[in-house]
Design a protein around this ligand. Sequence first.
Ligand SMILES: Nc1ncnc2c1ncn2[C@@H]1O[C@H](COP(=O)(O)OP(=O)(O)OP(=O)(O)O)[C@@H](O)[C@H]1O
Length: 328
Amino acid sequence: MPNEPSAGTARPGDGAPVVRVEGVVRRYGRTLALDGVSLTIGAGEMFALLGPNGAGKTTLISILCTLLAPDGGTATICGHDVTRSPRKARETLGVVFQEPSLDGKLTVEENLDFHGRMYRMPRAQRRARIAEMLELVELSDMRGRIVRSLSPGMKRRLEIARALIHDSRVLILDEPTVGLDPQSRDRIWAYLAEARIRRGMTIIVTTHYIEEVEGCDRICIIDRGKVLALDTPDALRAAHGREVLRVHATDAAAAARLRAVLPQAIEGAAGEIRVVGAERSLMMRLLDAHGADIRDLSVERPTLNSVFLSLTGRDLRDGQKPAPRRAA
Ligand SMILES: Nc1ncnc2c1ncn2[C@@H]1O[C@H](COP(=O)(O)OP(=O)(O)OP(=O)(O)O)[C@@H](O)[C@H]1O
């Protein structure tokens, strides 16, 4: 049973639910992208949807954003059913999609103003909100710049500003930091934290960067269309985190010998041999008996990555798209 926090203790997400998802199913042809997903997200929560490529994150986000209809189940945002009252649901939402959706030919300010007009905001309110949001994402000096001349990080910041122009209560971001350098990624998270404080917003972020979700109130681990676990980072680590022994063999024959003495091992990426929940004594025994077969050995303390590994048998990073091949 996917684990909502236990009763009796005040936990993030205990506030009045702003998002309710109940038994949502979505298929693409024969692919079951969402397989009965249920969750609630409380007012003011910073909520992460974490899973590898193809887990179903974008599909769930698209349903919440009213872009996609579920095949079964219900989803409501601020009490508005996304299928029956999509317009009302949308008015409560700010969205930053994975694919950039700015108009590159317009200026920074024009992009924001256009968005405010779409939401029928009066001129004075648009101006005030544009100034406030440009200040939030540190783009005030860029207001007259043509958008296509901005860096990728600046464009992402502008998209966040745009999602906050109207009176959105819930901000949904699909992989907001993908493709950005570490410094830009940190800044994006700082803006989100600030937006949450200033506007008391609920923020839902999808990501497959596990190190980024540490600061979230709750994390929903999703894989193959199912919620595997949902709780605070600490509670997830306490419930599912186990030490992981990672071994790289010197060559294929050595790997075969190691696998023979580690029947519980899982095959990892790049020939890694992994044992989830390994005792430290196993490491010593391996080194004693098979030291010559081992090129590299490490023990990972319980982390969110090991939580994911023990829930799914896979590393989050195994599920990533392969790096583009270089031309010979
Ligand atoms: N338009 C589509 N047509 C067919 N299959 C699709 C379509 N969109 C998604 N899928 C499939 O549905 C499943 C869930 O995909 P989804 O994009 O929701 O995952 P994700 O967790 O967002 O992954 P990513 O991090 O790569 O965006 C995958 O198996 C994917 O191949």
